[in-house]
Design a binder for this molecule. Structure first.
Ligand SMILES: Nc1nc2c(c(=O)[nH]1)N[C@@H](CN(C=O)c1ccc(C(=O)N[C@@H](CCC(=O)O)C(=O)O)cc1)CN2
Length: 296
């Protein structure tokens, strides 16, 4: 058996087109573009690529992009001052602080200052609390995109056993909450989990978000499971000067022989992260302008 490949790039393209339609409608009604502000501190190469992609995708969707690039030695007070200014800027509907931040900055303290109505990353205590309570709100982009792919593939997830490997605030914890709200039986596994292969083997749905290249092997996967690989790991280059291959947290070659369906890396969950950021920005803009629109 060979698993069906879940094409996140294709699904993300559809979502981006729907967001673009909503963005044009929003501009028609309000006379302004919905706006997303992205803040990057420092010069982490991967973050620079992601921030550039976010700006490009925002403009392609017909929204306004505000990019703020700050030096690596920016103080916490200066960063919080910038977030404060974005909170009160009427042209800004969504604010995202690119993570990780340099070590001297306190991510939680910075994120906490974002106005929850503009929290398109879904990371403020208000957004996190609303998700935990099962109330509507803005949800972190990678788990939201992963859930969209799962529901598109499986329809109802009710009663299914799901294992989320990883407990980060960006992916693991919100993913588990989302699966729980779909009535899955959810296990959160992590570095201290005993007999991880046995835990994973029970799952109908496996979401891998550990950040360890190709750690989850095919013989850990239950036959017929659906596998969502959130990992994006660049292997060391095979030849000098070349770029290393990009792989997920799942050993794709062995897992795809057992699973019913699997997301590839690249081209799986990654493109959904940016598409969901555009979607969240549009939702935030509509709510702030009191526009009631169909769900994106
Ligand atoms: N504040 C946030 N910081 C970070 C987030 C986030 O959601 N909010 N997520 C990640 C990085 N990320 C967006 O910021 C991101 C990662 C990967 C992709 C993507 O499209 N990946 C492609 C491959 C790209 C490549 O060739 O390198 C894919 O998987 O196909 C988009 C966004 C950490 N920080």
């Amino acid at each position: 058996m060979s698993a069906e490949i879940i094409d996140g790039k294709d699904f993300a393209g559809g979502l981006r087109a729907r967001v673009a339609e909503a963005a044009a409608e929003f501009e028609g009604v309000t006379g302004r573009k919905a706006g997303l502000a992205v803040v990057l501190v420092g010069d982490d190469p991967a973050s620079q690529v992601y921030v550039r992609s976010k700006g490009k995708a925002t403009i392609e969707a017909g929204m306004a992009s505000f990019e703020h690039r700050l030096p690596a030695d920016t103080s916490q007070a200066d960063l919080i001052r910038l977030v404060g200014a974005l909170n009160t800027d009427p042209a800004v509907d969504g604010i995202l602080v690119q993570l990780p931040l340099p070590d001297h900055l306190d991510e939680h303290a910075v994120v906490e200052t974002i106005d929850p109505s503009k929290d398109v990353d879904g990371l403020t205590p208000i957004s996190t609390g609303r998700l935990a309570l099962g109330l509507p709100g803005l949800v972190p982009c990678t788990p939201l995109g992963s859930l969209m792919l799962l529901k598109d593939r499986l329809g109802s997830l009710s009663g299914l056993d799901a294992v989320v490997i990883g407990r980060s605030i960006l992916v693991g914890k919100p993913m588990a909450q989302l699966l729980l709200s779909e009535s899955c039986t959810v296990t959160i596994a992590h570095s201290r989990t005993r007999d991880l292969p046995a835990v994973v083997r029970r799952a109908d749905i496996v979401v891998a978000a550990v950040g360890r290249p190709e750690m989850i092997k095919g013989d850990w996967i239950k036959r017929g499971a659906t596998v969502i690989d959130v990992g994006i790991n660049r292997l060391p280059p095979e030849t000098e000067g070349a770029k290393g291959r990009l792989v997920g947290d799942v050993d794709f070659a062995s897992a795809s022989k057992v699973a019913d369906a699997i997301t590839p890396v690249p081209g799986g969950v990654g493109p959904m992260t940016i598409a969901c950021l555009l979607r969240n920005t549009m939702v935030a803009a509509q709510r702030r302008a009191n526009i009631h629109s169909k769900d994106l």
